[in-house]
Ligand binder design. Sequence first.
Ligand code: NAG
Ligand code: NAG
Length: 296
Amino acid sequence: MAKMSVLLGFFVGFVLLGLVSSRNFEELYQPSWALDHFTQEGDTLKLKLDNYSGAGFASKSKYMFGKVSMQIKLVEGDSAGTVTAFYVSVIHMSSDGPNHNEFDFEFLGNTTGEPYLIQTNVYVNGVGNREQRMDLWFDPTKDFHTYSVLWNQRQVVFLVDETPVRVHTNLEHKGIPFPKDQPMGVYSSIWNADDWATQGGRIKTDWSHAPFLASYKGFEIDACECPVSVAAVDNAKKCSSSAEKRYWWDEPTMSELSLHQNHQLLWVRANHLIYDYCADAARFPVTPTECVHHRH
Ligand SMILES: *[C@@H]1O[C@H](CO)[C@@H](O)[C@H](O)[C@H]1NC(C)=O
Ligand SMILES: *[C@@H]1O[C@H](CO)[C@@H](O)[C@H](O)[C@H]1NC(C)=O
């Protein structure tokens, strides 16, 4: 009963306050676990991690191609041991099924005053191990910043405030699989990962600093929606550009980064990249094939 009223309060609150934001949370997403770890203040949704639970939400629909964005303000103060994630995935919980495709942003917390890291990863056909890590050119705990994934038939682009921080290019012509055959959902969550997240797992979560709160607003999904009730082939047809209809993400200018974006990516990599699996010869004695061909 208590749970029910929390649930009702949550949705009623969102319906009313959603009017002020461009797309409200409730229109696009639903909590997927730990509903009692969601709170809402004005147009801001907060997910709470404490010693009982983290929390997560999922898009109501799945999509094939387009752009997904949300504004996130990460856990303030001591966030060591915590991970906040924003990801686009074929399935919900990370598991390594053969068809599992996923594009991940994971925000790795730190002790007070030490930098958050962003870890990105790309899973194709169930295989991940494509981690990159970087720090940021701002403090992501002080203000909201926009994190986006752009996904089309040619590339997957990870963006921070519209600056590309990673590109995964379609290299199917080199025989390398590219994730473009399945609708994907959009997910976010916060959880305890103090076995690995902060300084290699050496710094544990200090529960005396709980609750850890990640804040969200500005939810945007500009993508081709794939209703579950529609057969996969029909969704794939619907979401491909054709002579009659052309999606903006299939425009030639979207098939690769612009010159300006290329410069931005080079700047990010020169100044903020900390780890790139492509350069980890100890882990990959044979350079992964896509690394040989990727320009970045
Ligand atoms: C969680 O933390 C609170 C406050 O520190 C404490 O009272 C409680 O016993 C803890 N619960 C668990 C399951 O550890
Ligand atoms: C945390 O801070 C330390 C010290 O500045 C840094 O080496 C590390 O990369 C930071 N981030 C994480 C997630 O450990």
